[in-house]
Ligand binder design. Sequence first.
Ligand code: HAM
Length: 424
Amino acid sequence: MNAPLQAIRGMNDVLPEEAALWLGFEAAAQAWLERWGYRNIRMPLVEHTALFRRAIGEATDIVEKEMYSWRDELNGEELTLRPEGTASCVRAAIEHNLLYDGPRRLWYAGPMYRHERPQKGRYRQFHQYGAEALGFPGPDVDAELIVMCARLWQQLGLEGLRLELNTIGSPEERARYRADLIGHLEANRDRLDADAMRRLHANPLRVFDSKNPLVQDVVARAPDMMKYLGEASLAHFEGLQKLLSVAQVDYAINPKLVRGLDYYNLTVFEWVSDRLGAQGTVCGGGRYDGLFALLGGKPAPAVGFAMGCERLVVLLKEAGRAPLLRSPDAYVLHQGAGTLEFAFGVADALRASGYTVIQHAGGGGFKSQMKKADASGAALALIVGEDELRAGEVTVKPLRDARAQVRVPRPAIVGRVSEFLKGG
Ligand code: HAM
């Protein structure tokens, strides 16, 4: 016998009970994005590797070690399974000239792939809902995106999500800061570990993410980014904070929040939960005004975020917000010669009128069919036996209360089912 094959590590099946929760979350997320004026865009799962190398940055964890990349054997192209959506979204906006008559608000959803070490809340295939506001320079849109998230958490009944906020200035300001930070780190070389030493020159801001207490101590005494910001950057940050106050969205400024992708400038933010263990960030984003030009497009300011569905679904489950699997309205049984065709037509007519109907399949006696009807959660059993067939009728039997069953002529069945479901 063949040994059964298993799913790839870090790539999960979502089984029907859990998938119902996902559907509930996705319906809420899609309606919410559209309500805020964001329009759906769908990008391919596979892109040229160069796109991510350029957008996310060579010296990031994602590009250095987490991408699923390969060379297409047929034409030699270097390809990558997308590790995130922003790069593709901007590539598509440039390719299709989406900003030709003004800024655009876009959203996307779907699986992303990163070859990380799997653990609770961290997978190799995971799912994001992302929003990108393209062509808007002001802090008003930064605030819009952050407040949007706050309102979604409220709507979903999720509590305890903290907002962490920072600004990393303009590229010029960051370059000056970077030089001084390298100086500070070098002066404390003896206390840095191998990982921090490796990042020191390639991507010194990432040293902030170190969990090593010795390194953290060096980081705590690092120069303060705020002191490197010019007037325009400070005004942007203040403008954002004012709007967050107006919306009564609380936040904590975290000067060590730098994010793991290189395209950001000015605003960066993360929504974090304490209930998810080490992988507590449910949503991250920020401004990336340089990305259009970096990818060969006409320069355009932009800002966005992406949220991790797996982590949000865990929080929804914990909050007892699991939407229940919707039970069918009716389960149609049949037994005897010629009854299948009759029952088939009844089920079809009911579905055409908008009801959820399961047609019994797989044979079996009346008793076992009734058991299946009951287990399906259906409100009504519709029974077609030889007796009913001869009379051109259907027996309607309520399964969830003590109402008596009745025989209903075939032409009246849709109307009677509707009355039954309304409690009549
Ligand atoms: P990111 O912080 O890399 O940002 O990912 C956003 C969210 O995706 C994270 O906060 C987390 O919830 C989820 N996530 C990331 N990696 C994993 C994983 N391995 N397993 C499970 N969940 C994960 C971005 O991807 C940017 N594109 C966000 C953005 C949009 N910035 C501007 N626009």
